[in-house]
Design a protein around this ligand. Structure first.
Ligand code: NAD
Length: 509
């Protein structure tokens, strides 16, 4: 089953929402055309000036109304997320609804402080004063993936709105129902018309949004699509934040807190069925504890309850779509063909009806295998034994990605020292992937994992345009460096240079 219904002329006209645990059809949505995308951007453009002119306090009031709406309707939202993605209801609460509430609270309370004007006097030209202010960009386009179809776009939308922008949001073609739920939440929270527009569709709809009159694109998704968007955006110097994929390493050192590390590895690799940009995708364990550690991890994985995502009796649901199931099957088959050993799992569970794949642990893995070099984005944990810390760091960095990494040790100082040497946007010590959705901590990738920041104060600055205004404290007839140029002023400048810099420069050997 695919997410798109194809018409007789070969073009997709509808997206079909499918429950990945049962393969039942949940809903169909019309794919917005380029004209419809442009019309949505025009409506957002018309609504933005009034919205942007509201005080921070008034915009925050809307965000808090939205939060109350979400709080009151959390069960309904959790069910929609769980039905459409296959993730356990527990995860729909903890990793989708809760982080969205956290984000709303944080930015409603802090956006004004973070984005307040800054004033300063220039160190050398004491008569000059500057002000930095932050203005909304206008209309921003948000394109999101299916793995966290609620918390990821909500984060971007809320940050864009508190900063005074209007938004056009395109949900993933695999999770249109969640996108529609977001639209309905905003409507019932009473947001002004046009401030949030939702356009449903596939890659072509996303492409139309990138090519539309938006002022910035916030994209979360694969490296492949991210590069296409960067190319289109570059044609008109459209700024873009790109939050892309990862191949995140977990380094387990001999002094790791054993029980926590075992549980962390199992959760970090199999939460959301491994479909997290920050999932543990490669695990490096040092020799002294390797055997005991691997046995304990396998034991933990074998206890995971796989099944339909209802109630609290399931730990791991199905993959969200058939495409992802095929990638996972391919990576496992490729690894096995090249000599990897399956310690548990390793096969599709057709008997369960949906896109289920058993949580899988692989050993004897190497860098010739896709499972160690390409993003698997599924319930597979490849473990490699390394000699020591040095080898672990070198393996961790041997990738084109750089999103998240984790270091497990009882010595925080050692953890921080190693963290400095790891090429990743975020390094967590003795934890896995949890800062991914947090409101206060910045989230970003290095290398091919992306450009720009989301979340944290740093992320909020992505939604504004900086303006610098400079003026004189005391009006003067002319500045020293204006016309006419004279010997006298040249000498004064030379004296100034001497006073300011000569002494300092003499100290340099
Ligand atoms: P994807 O790149 O296939 O699609 C993401 C979105 O882009 C979808 O809405 C899709 O319709 C749209 N799209 C597709 N082609 C487009 C085009 N040419 N122009 C504009 N938009 C287009 O990614 P996916 O499969 O939905 O998501 C999984 C990927 O997202 C993984 O690689 C994962 O690591 C990554 N991800 C990254 C983060 C992060 O914060 N860094 C978070 C979640 C997921």
């Amino acid at each position: 089953m695919t997410a798109q219904a194809i018409t007789t002329n070969g073009r997709a006209s509808e997206i079909v929402s499918i429950n990945p645990a049962t393969l039942e059809e949940l809903a169909r949505f019309h794919i917005a055309t380029t004209a419809e995308v442009n019309a949505a951007v025009a409506r957002a453009r018309a609504a933005q000036p009034k919205w942007g002119a509201l005080s921070f306090r008034n915009r925050a009031r809307y965000i808090l109304k939205l939060q109350r709406e979400l709080y009151d309707r959390q069960q309904e939202i959790i069910s929609i997320i769980s039905d459409e993605t296959g993730k356990p209801a527990f995860e729909a609460l903890t990793a989708e609804v809760f982080p969205a509430c956290d984000l709303m609270s944080h930015f409603a309370a802090n956006a004004e402080r973070i984005l307040r004007d800054e004033r300063f006097t220039l160190a050398v030209f004491r008569n000059k004063r500057s002000m930095i202010s932050y203005e909304p960009l206008g209309v921003v386009g948000i394109i999101s993936p299916w793995n966290f179809p609620f918390s990821i776009p909500m984060g971007g939308i809320v940050m864009a709105l508190v900063a005074g922008n209007a938004v056009v949001f395109k949900p993933s073609e695999y999770t249109p129902l969640v996108g529609d739920a977001i639209k309905r939440l905003f409507a019932s929270a009473g947001f002004p018309e046009g401030v949030l527009e939702v356009v449903q569709g596939n890659g072509s709809t996303g492409g139309a949004l990138v090519d539309s009159a938006v002022d910035k694109i916030f994209f979360t998704g694969s490296v492949r699509t991210g590069k296409k968007i960067a190319e289109s955006a570059a044609k008109r110097l459209l700024p873009a934040v790109l939050e892309l994929g990862g191949k995140d390493p977990m380094i387990v050192l001999e002094d790791a807190p054993f029980e926590r590390t075992v549980k962390g590895a199992v959760w970090g690799a199999f939460m959301n069925c491994g479909q997290v940009c920050a999932s543990v995708e490669r695990l490096y364990v040092t020799e002294p504890i390797a055997e005991r550690f691997i046995a304990a991890v396998v034991d933990g994985v074998m206890k995971l309850r796989i099944g339909a995502p209802a109630g609290c009796s399931t730990d791991v649901g199905p993959l969200t779509n058939e495409n992802q199931l095929n990638v996972v099957s391919d990576h496992v088959a490729d690894a096995v063909a090249k000599g990897a050993r399956v310690l548990t799992g390793g096969r599709r569970r057709e008997d369960l009806g949906g896109y289920f794949f058993e949580p899988t642990v692989l050993v004897d893995v190497n860098s010739s295998m896709k499972v160690m070099t390409e993003e698997t984005f599924g319930p597979v944990l490849p473990i490699k034994i390394v000699k020591d810390e040095e080898e672990a760091i070198s393996e961790a960095n041997s990738t084109r990605y750089g999103l998240l990494a984790s270091v497990w040790t009882s010595d925080n100082e050692r953890g921080r020292r190693i963290a400095r040497r790891i090429e990743a946007g975020t390094v967590v010590i003795n934890d896995a992937l949890y800062t991914h959705g947090a409101a206060q901590t910045p989230w970003f990738g290095v290398k091919e994992s992306g450009l720009g920041v989301t979340h944290g104060s740093q992320g909020l600055f992505e939604f504004v345009r900086m303006k610098h205004v400079n003026w004189d404290l005391l009006p003067m007839k002319s500045d020293w460096w204006w016309f006419p140029y004279t010997e006298r002023w040249q000498n004064r400048f030379k004296t100034l240079m001497k006073l300011l810099y000569r002494w300092k420069l003499r100290k340099i050997a």
